[in-house]
Design a protein around this ligand. Sequence first.
Ligand code: SF4
Ligand code: SF4
Length: 314
Amino acid sequence: MFPELTKLGPLAVSPLGFGTLSISPLQSSLAAEQGAELLCYAWDKGINFWDTAEIYENYPVLRAAVRRLQGLPVIASKTYAYTAEQAAAAVDKARRELGIDCLDIMLLHEQTAQTLPGHREALDWLATAREKGVIRAVGVSTHSVACVLAAADYPEIDVIHPLYNMEGVGIHDGSCEDMATAIAAAKAKGKGIYAMKVLGGGTLYRHAQAAINHVRSQPWFDCAVIGMSTTAEIDCNVALFQGHAPDARTLLQVQGRRRFLHRADWCQGCGNCVQACGQGALGLEQGQVQVRHELCVLCGYCSRHCELMCLKII
Ligand code: SF4
Ligand code: SF4
């Protein structure tokens, strides 16, 4: 358990949140009961915050877990809505399919400084929904330094969910230091911060302790969400977020788990990653990259060259 919850905007969350992309059809595709069991296990370990998104298509998994819990978790979801109607439909769908009256956080998904103004109507609707108590907080998720800086100036936004890790893997427009500076500026303007991809989409898993210690030591740190798909990963990350080493057996289980490079469906076939792979493990076929797993050494270099974060070690 965590000794205390931390403040994320108007909410109280555990410093480690559960990134549920890992148990969605986009990644490990766990059956609803299996995924729910994992979320309940994490809850028992003190993780009270779940991060999802409309496109993860895993609301039924979260709903199954909510039904089994004694208390209510804090749930954040994300939408690409840009009109008021789309925002209303996204919030309605989340509440209905999650089986909850009030959604804790709705974020505008994958924003940049350029796209954010185009979502004005959706943002205004979300701010009004917050006033009516339909949601508790409004946020944005982003891989961009410029977007963090832009979002910091929107009074409607309570929470920012930026990509951040010690090597800057996946940041579109700057280094780890640039992102840390932007996040600190946003935090100074009162925004709650929960970091994503602190393990670089799996590429830093061999350095998990250093990566987690790095993010926890940031002065702006409120919380980070990590995708997990086994109980050993939960135990390991809970220990690391509590500031101590996991026990040897758990570490062995996590490090001994068979991992592979997963390429997401939204690959655009640009080929940047193919050039970056010195092992010849990537090739383009039918407009998308294909992984030759027998050649892949899981170094994670390719994922640093994919702006769309299509490549993850899972
Ligand atoms: S860099 Fe990303 S989008 Fe481009 S081919 Fe590779 S996986 Fe696909
Ligand atoms: S993880 Fe490393 S070896 Fe595997 S495809 Fe990417 S660059 Fe190549």
